[in-house]
Design a protein around this ligand. Structure first.
Ligand SMILES: C[C@@H](CO)C(=O)SCCNC(=O)CCNC(=O)[C@H](O)C(C)(C)COP(=O)(O)OP(=O)(O)OC[C@H]1O[C@@H](n2cnc3c(N)ncnc32)[C@H](O)[C@@H]1OP(=O)(O)O
Length: 290
């Protein structure tokens, strides 16, 4: 049974419970991947790095590649030494979309019966903070994977687009929804209906990207961001992530209530006591993620 399937069969347990119990698999060099490279980076090795590595096909997201991302995320999710996760590609391409050769002969029945692209959701469901470090093309599914992450950093030559219309289809992994939420209806509609690409600088201005960096500095900056997040209580970080993501799902009044409930819950943690005590004692907090 693949690690991915082991992870999925535990679906009834919340990710948070699993992390807290320290159960499950650990990121290790024992797992061999065909389409990705996996590493732990940062001074404390607390930032997981997933690098898409199907270079000849511009990291086109074939089924095997996405399954491997899922396996790596499952491992990093249960590895308590990892606080944040960076997903990146190559300098030429973050990912040029779903694999067109794999899709060409698929029928409606294949897609519907096998829930085509549904397993991609694992990326957006990761409870740990995820950062997409995008150099080069992030097209179609590539743009969608970037948008499934919590934060997008881009290299200055990055290009974002949802060109599915040029293939006679539409985005199928959240492109219409997430892009519209990120940059507004008019800009998203124009991009999706024309298949035109958006530069990193335009994407930063429109709100799709947080920051733009020189190409060669991008991954290092994303790792630094992961390290900064790792300095805080990881329970608080998970709650922040959950609350922010709920703003996409809920009407304002429900979102505000959800936030309040999580805020109250944070008062049950040792880290909240430590954070506030440290502030009053004018010292650095020593969070235990507890
Ligand atoms: C359904 C949704 C998900 O919701 C999708 O993602 S559909 C796919 C959307 N993506 C696209 O339409 C982008 C397709 N790719 C391109 O338009 C171009 O490759 C490019 C990114 C603009 C780069 O062009 P360039 O001329 O520099 O490079 P090549 O076209 O020669 O590409 C090199 C090599 O990679 C293969 N490849 C690129 N993208 C894909 C893909 N999405 N699926 C499968 N293969 C891809 C391309 O076929 C070339 O392979 P080779 O002929 O060298 O074997």
């Amino acid at each position: 049974m693949s690690l991915y399937r082991v992870g999925l069969s535990r679906g009834m347990l919340s990710s948070f419970q699993r992390v807290m119990r320290g159960e499950g698999l650990h990121t290790s060099s024992a797992v061999q991947y065909e389409y990705i490279k996996v590493d732990k980076r940062g001074e404390k090795k607390n930032v997981g790095l997933i690098q898409l590595n199907r270079l000849k096909a511009l990291n086109a997201l074939c089924d095997g590649l996405v399954s491997e991302i899922g396996e790596a995320l499952q491992e990093m999710e249960t590895d308590t030494s990892i606080d944040a996760i960076v997903i990146t590609g190559s300098e030429r391409a973050f990912a040029a979309g779903a694999d067109i050769a794999e899709m060409k002969d698929k029928s409606f029945q294949d897609c519907y019966a096998r829930k085509f692209l549904s397993h991609w959701d694992i990326i957006s469901k990761c409870p740990k903070p995820t950062i997409a470090a995008v150099n080069g093309f992030a097209l179609g599914g590539g743009c969608e994977v970037a948008m499934m992450c919590d934060i997008i950093y881009a290299g200055e030559k990055a290009k974002f687009g949802q060109p599915e219309i040029t293939l006679g289809t539409i985005p199928g992994a959240g492109g219409t929804q997430r892009l519209t939420r990120a940059i507004g209806k008019s800009k998203a509609m124009e991009m999706i209906l024309t298949g035109e690409f958006m530069s990193a600088q335009e994407a930063e201005k429109a709100g799709l990207v947080s920051k733009v960096f020189p190409v060669e500095e991008l991954v290092g900056e994303a790792i630094k961001l992961g390290e900064r997040i790792g300095e805080f209580s990881q329970i608080a970080a998970a709650m922040c992530k959950e609350a922010v993501n709920m703003s996409d799902e809920l009407p304002l009044s429900n979102g505000l209530l959800y936030e309040k409930k999580l805020f109250h819950s944070s008062f049950a943690t040792d880290d909240k006591r430590e954070g506030m005590t440290a502030f009053l004692e004018k010292r650095k907090p020593d969070f235990k993620d507890n």
